[in-house]
Design a protein around this ligand. Structure first.
Ligand SMILES: [Cu+2]
Length: 159
């Protein structure tokens, strides 16, 4: 009986460890383009964003790179499925405005529970991760010419 209990406990601990490491692994990313906007823009800029969840699940670090963006003013994660618009849930770039044409790293940083706003205000990173995994979030880069969004990309999960 004791042996069975020990085996069960060991198996349970193994499952817990496996699920923890699964939660911490994988990357969340998006490719941004004008045609992904709703409605589409004729922007020829592109972007690339990668999110990495820390092992303890308490921080997401991100790097947002762009190519040929003009007068970028802001960038956020928004809630919304592909083809629909939604509110901001976390900020990525808050200015100052990048004057003129810019290619390179537009922003990088860290998101924690307290950075969540709008529909996720008061919630946790686990809620944001769940939305990212189910395709319910997108990254939007705003410019002087396209204040509602110049380039956009749906965030997807790659195990
Ligand atoms: Cu935005």
């Amino acid at each position: 009986m004791k042996i069975i209990k020990l085996i069960l406990y060991t198996a349970f601990a193994g499952v817990m460890t496996a699920s923890l490491s699964v939660a911490a692994m994988g990357t969340y990313s998006a490719k941004l383009a004008g045609k992904e906007e709703v409605p589409a823009t004729n922007s020829r800029a592109t972007g690339d964003v990668v999110f990495t969840l820390s092992a303890d699940g308490k921080e997401i670090t991100y790097v947002l790179k762009v190519k040929g963006i003009e007068n970028a003013t802001a960038a956020h994660i928004h809630a919304g499925k592909k083809g629909s618009e939604g509110g901001v849930v976390a900020g990525l770039f808050a200015g100052p405005k990048k004057e003129g044409k810019f290619s390179g790293e537009l922003a990088k940083g860290t998101i924690t529970d307290k950075n969540l706003v709008g529909p996720l205000a008061g919630k946790t990173l686990a809620d944001l991760i769940a939305m990212m995994k189910s395709g319910d979030t997108y990254v939007n880069v705003h410019t002087a010419k396209n204040p509602k969004g110049d380039i956009r990309g749906q965030i997807s999960y790659k195990p």
